[in-house]
Design a protein around this ligand. Structure first.
Ligand SMILES: Cc1ncc(COP(=O)(O)O)c(C=O)c1O
Length: 412
C-alpha cells in the first residue's frame, strides 16, 4: 500500500518532472519523397488521379470494404454519407452531443434535424437504450460517434436500426483502427467516415474518407463529393444534381497513402499504452479509464478518465487541477457539449434563427440543455489525459502514479 503523499497542488513534490515523449507525424523522408515523386510524375488531375485511385484501393484493402470515397475533410465525408444514405429536409438523424461540430454540420446542411440522444454515463456514448426513445416516423439515420478511440456498442445500435428500418453511419473520425467485437469500426454500419486532419491518428493535412459496402451509396457519394460529374466512364459526364466540390486533392492523397502505412502501428502503440494505464490504475475507487469491453479495442485518441465524485471524494475539475500540478497534461471536460454552444442555444429559442438552415418540422425547445442530463454531468466527470504513440512507458507510468497519488489523497 503506497503512503499518502502531499499533493503538488499543496506544495508537495511533483510526480512528473521530465517532458513527454515527442515525435512528428510526417517525416521528411518518406512523405517528402512520395510528394516529390508525385509532382515529378506530371500534372495533378482534378479528380480520379492516380494517387486518389491508389488511396481508394489501399483503404478498401485495409478495411476489407468494397468502396472508399476520399473527401476534403471528415466533415465533408459525413455530409456526403448522409446525403447518400437518403437524408432529406426535415428528416431526423439521431446522434450525440459529445462530439465535434463536424458530426452535425452535414445534417444541418441537408436541412435535416440533429436529434441528440443522451449518453450512457458508463461509456459517454449513445447506445441502443438511449437512442430508442428518440425514434420517430421521421428518423432516417443513427449516427454514433466512436469517442476518443473507444468504439460505441455497435451490436445494440445495428440491431435497433434493423428493427426500425434505419441506416447507420459510423463517425470514426477519432477512432482509426478501433475494433468492436473483432470488427474494425467504420465497416459495421451502412457507411463509416474517418477524418485525416492534423489532430487525428494519421494526417494528410486535411482530408476524410467514406467507407461503404453499398454500391448505390458509393455511387451517389462519388457524385455528391464531385459536383456531380459522372466519372464512372459510363454515360455522359454532365452534372445530374446540385452537389459540392468535396474532392480530396492528389497532394493530400499522397500524404494519406504514406500515413496509412503507419496507422496500424500508431493504433497498436496507443492500445498498448492505454491498456498499461488502465491496468496501473485499476481498482481506484471512483476513478476509471474509458475502455471498451473485452473483445473490443480502443485506439486511444487520448486517455479519458471518468471521475465519480461520490466515490472518489473529488470532482473532475479539481482532480484535473491536481493532476496538472503533478506535471500531467490533463483537461476537463473531455469534449464540449454541443447543446451548450451559441448555435444550439439560439436554435432552441428560434428554429428559424439562421436563414441558411430551414428544417421543416423543427420546433422551439428541441435543443434544450437539460434534455441530456448525463452529458451535462460529464462537464464535471470527464478528464482528458495526454496519451499518444510518442509517449514513453515512463510517461504512462508517471501518469498512473500521479492519478493514484491524487486519488488516494482525496479519498483520505
Ligand atoms: C467526431 C468527429 N467527427 C467529425 C470530425 C470532422 O473532421 P474534419 O475536421 O476532418 O472535418 C471531427 C474532427 O475533429 C471529429 O472529431
Amino acid at each position: 500500500m503506497e503512503a499518502r503523499e502531499a499533493l503538488a497542488l499543496h506544495g508537495g513534490p511533483k510526480t512528473k518532472t521530465t517532458p513527454y515523449g515527442t515525435g512528428v507525424k510526417h517525416d521528411a523522408t518518406a512523405e517528402a519523397e512520395a510528394l516529390r515523386a508525385r509532382l515529378e510524375a506530371g500534372p495533378l488531375p482534378l479528380a480520379m488521379g492516380p494517387s486518389i485511385k491508389e488511396l481508394r484501393q489501399k483503404v478498401q484493402e485495409m478495411f476489407g470494404v468494397r468502396f472508399c470515397v476520399p473527401t476534403s475533410s471528415g466533415t465533408a465525408a459525413v455530409h456526403t454519407a448522409l446525403a447518400a444514405l437518403g437524408v432529406t429536409p426535415g428528416d431526423e438523424v439521431i446522434t450525440t452531443p459529445v462530439t465535434d461540430h463536424g458530426t452535425v454540420i452535414g445534417i444541418m446542411q441537408l436541412n435535416a434535424i440533429p436529434v441528440f440522444a443522451d449518453v450512457n454515463p458508463a461509456t459517454m456514448m449513445i447506445d441502443a437504450g438511449t437512442i430508442e426513445p428518440h425514434i420517430t416516423s421521421r428518423t432516417r439515420v443513427i449516427l454514433p460517434v466512436h469517442l476518443a478511440g473507444c468504439p460505441a456498442d455497435m451490436d445494440g445500435i445495428c440491431r435497433l436500426a434493423r428493427k426500425h428500418g434505419l441506416k447507420v453511419l459510423e463517425d470514426c473520425a477519432q477512432s482509426w483502427m478501433a475494433e468492436w467485437n473483432g470488427r474494425l469500426v467504420g465497416t459495421i454500419g451502412d457507411a463509416g467516415i474517418f477524418s485525416i486532419n492534423e489532430s487525428k491518428h494519421i494526417s494528410a493535412g486535411e482530408g476524410g474518407v467514406l467507407l461503404t459496402n453499398d454500391e448505390e451509396v458509393a455511387r451517389y457519394a462519388d457524385l455528391f463529393a464531385d459536383k456531380s460529374y459522372n466519372r464512372s466512364g459510363q454515360g455522359p459526364i454532365d452534372p445530374v444534381m446540385p452537389a459540392l466540390n468535396y474532392r480530396m486533392s492528389e497532394v493530400n492523397a499522397v500524404l494519406a497513402i504514406e500515413q496509412l502505412k503507419k496507422v496500424r502501428e500508431v493504433a497498436a502503440r496507443r492500445w498498448e499504452l492505454g491498456e498499461r494505464l488502465a491496468a496501473e490504475i485499476e481498482g481506484l475507487p471512483g476513478i476509471r479509464l474509458l475502455r471498451p469491453p473485452a473483445g473490443s479495442k480502443s485506439s486511444y485518441w487520448h486517455g479519458v478518465l471518468l471521475v465519480d465524485k461520490e466515490e472518489a471524494g473529488v470532482d473532475g475539475p479539481e482532480f484535473t487541477r491536481a493532476l496538472v500540478a503533478e506535471g500531467i497534461s490533463a483537461s476537463c471536460p473531455v469534449s464540449r457539449n454541443l447543446l451548450d454552444w451559441p448555435l444550439f442555444r439560439r436554435l432552441n429559442e428560434d428554429p428559424r434563427a439562421f436563414p441558411t438552415y430551414i428544417a421543416p418540422g423543427l420546433e422551439k425547445g428541441r435543443f434544450a440543455l437539460e434534455s441530456c442530463p448525463n452529458v451535462l454531468a460529464l462537464a464535471t466527470r470527464s478528464v482528458r489525459v495526454h496519451l499518444n504513440e510518442f509517449c514513453t512507458d515512463q510517461d504512462i507510468d508517471e501518469t498512473a502514479r500521479a492519478i493514484r497519488k491524487v486519488a488516494r489523497w482525496y479519498r483520505g
